[in-house]
Write a protein that binds this ligand. Structure first.
Ligand SMILES: Cc1cc2nc3c(=O)[nH]c(=O)nc-3n(C[C@H](O)[C@H](O)[C@H](O)COP(=O)(O)OP(=O)(O)OC[C@H]3O[C@@H](n4cnc5c(N)ncnc54)[C@H](O)[C@@H]3O)c2cc1C
Ligand code: SF4
Length: 503
């Protein structure tokens, strides 16, 4: 089919005013039509049938056509999706009808079914964030595979090669389909084929650079791969002369800067005061559902090792070290420090990172002050580990600042909080904490909460003292990542890439 044919073919369907959101056209909750596109399952599948018939008519019977197809909708109610493990009455398409639909779609001529679950009312199924388990569609793919004789494709956090192989061997599916992992690392398949699995840059299921940017009408990119979808303009710049570059701070910003400099032929040296690389990826990746943050830290360790970048751990760099080091350029990527304040009982008041890194024990009942991303994820993790958790937030809702978060992540996390028994007190300010009692000022008066500890999660401030000590003493010096402006993994990596690619 040439482009002109394709355009006229698409127009035919637009002129027929058939709902382009075919997924919704299939579902009785949305499809209220009384013509030949509504009512019976066959009618609701008519659009999908016409598409495959038209493609085959124009391109030939042997032209393969696959359909991305949701076997179950996961809709609890109008614009209300279900959570994993939740008992609910399916208001959309249930598995029984999904399997009937699968058989009909194959009979209509589809050559493969790319199977998932969810719909636009349950975004976090079709676009699974880190809060969903890996390989979440496998069970459903297996059900479809048992009723059809065409290949079944399985996507949905299938980036773990061992899990993907096991799914093929277990006949859950015939083909493993990767989307986001290929944005994170377009060489995924070649690296796997070449036995270089540890070199695959992990997708962290954050949606920051892909779905999150599309939602803001920006271009699709990737948080962990600054070159994704803009390969030409971000190609590595050749260098005229190599430079000896000191990098202070082994978080993602420092690591990415070191990697890019080494790839380009410079001689970076990386200094980190902690005992391993990763910076805030380490507390951030402590919850089981954030395991890929730790995988990203590991990926940087492997990359820097392969690129022979000297990494000096447990070394807190001082201004003197920088000035006496004889470097051509210096990058300061010293990150951030958590904002803290005293409520009275400092011995039982911790930062989120201290609790996440298990440096402090929060006891059985804790209060997280601050309902941003870090506060909510910390609360969720603690609740999943059997703790009684209350979140106190000064604004009138949680996850209100530091966005925008991709809606798939935000909506799911917002719902996971009450689902996991976490109490949320909004419009409330923590005043004092003494003898296991936290006083909170709410709009309707003061309230007290009995708790073993308080966890402060009220934001971070730039750690840039070293940079300001040196900025007029070192001829070529750069400030990167959270040390420049507290943000997130994506902007720390992108910032580092930009600077390191132009030194
Ligand atoms: C608990 C938590 C959860 C988070 N979750 C997410 C998330 O889900 N998604 C997201 O996008 N972002 C998240 N973030 C934010 C994200 O982790 C940071 O924005 C990002 O990691 C910043 O990277 P960075 O390299 O600029 O700084 P950092 O990660 O802070 O790294 C700075 C490094 O510099 C080192 N250092 C400082 N001073 C010196 C010195 N003088 N000498 C040597 N070393 C020094 C520090 O030890 C540290 O390792 C989270 C943050 C936290 C704390
Ligand atoms: S932006 Fe995040 S979710 Fe999207 S591909 Fe990159 S790492 Fe994966």
């Amino acid at each position: 089919m040439d482009t002109k044919d394709l355009r006229s073919f698409m127009r035919v369907y637009e002129e027929k005013s058939v709902n382009k959101a075919a997924k919704q056209l299939f579902i009785t909750l949305f499809n209220l039509r009384t013509d030949e596109y509504g009512g019976s399952l066959e009618n609701r599948l008519r659009f999908a049938r016409e598409v495959v018939e038209e493609v085959k008519a124009r391109c030939g019977k042997d032209f393969p056509v696959a359909l991305r197809f949701s076997v179950k909708s996961m809709i609890k109610d109008w614009r209300e999706g279900a959570l994993p493990g939740e008992e609910f009455e399916e208001k959309g398409r249930d598995v029984e009808e999904g399997l009937e639909a699968a058989k009909l779609l194959v009979a209509y001529g589809y050559d493969a079914l790319d199977t998932d679950v969810g719909t636009y009312d349950a975004w976090w199924w079709n676009h699974p964030p880190m809060y969903q388990e890996k390989g979440l569609f496998r069970t459903y793919c297996k059900m479809v595979k048992e009723v059809v004789d065409v290949p079944v494709l399985c996507a949905g956090r299938m980036d773990d090669p061992d899990m993907a192989l096991a799914s093929l061997e277990n006949s859950d599916c015939d083909i493993v389909s990767l989307g986001r992992p290929l944005l994170a690392d377009p060489d995924y398949v070649n690296k796997l084929r070449g036995g270089r699995q540890e070199e695959i840059r992990p997708c962290i299921s954050c949606h920051e650079g892909c779905m999150g940017r599309i939602q803001e009408y920006s271009m699709i990119n990737c948080a962990v791969n600054p070159q994704a979808a803009r390969e030409r303009v971000t190609a590595y710049e050749p260098i005229l002369k190599d430079k000896k570059v000191m990098i202070v701070g082994g978080g993602v910003a420092g690591c990415e800067a070191a990697r890019v400099l080494a790839v380009r032929g410079h001689k970076p040296e990386l200094y980190e005061k902690g005992s391993r690389l990763g910076g805030n990826l380490l507390p951030g990746g402590a919850p089981e559902f954030k395991e890929d943050d730790i995988a990203l830290a590991r990926w940087y360790e492997v990359q820097l090792q392969k690129l022979n970048v000297p990494v000096r751990l447990k070394k807190e760099v001082t201004a003197e070290d920088v000035l006496n080091g004889g470097y051509d350029a210096v990058i300061v990527a010293t990150g951030s420090t958590p904002k803290v304040f005293s409520l009275g009982d400092d011995a039982h008041t911790f930062t989120a990172a201290e609790v996440l890194m298990k440096e402090k024990d929060c006891g059985e009942h804790t209060v997280v002050i601050g309902g941003g991303l870090v506060g909510c994820e910390t609360a969720l993790w603690l609740a999943q580990h059997g703790k009684k958790v209350t979140v106190v937030e000064a604004l009138d809702k949680i996850l209100a600042v530091n966005g925008p978060l991709c809606h798939a992540n935000k909506y799911m996390l917002e719902r996971l909080i009450p689902y996991n028994g976490i109490e949320v007190v909004t419009g409330a300010k923590a005043k004092e904490y003494h003898d296991g009692i936290l006083s909170v000022e709410c709009a309707d008066g003061e309230r007290t909460i009995v708790c073993d500890s308080v966890i402060l999660s009220v934001g971070y401030k730039e750690e840039n003292a070293l940079y300001h000590e040196l900025e007029f003493k070192v001829p070529e010096i750069y400030l990167l990542g959270d040390a420049k402006k507290v943000s997130n993994i994506m902007y720390a990596i992108w910032d580092a890439f930009e600077v390191a690619n132009h030194i």
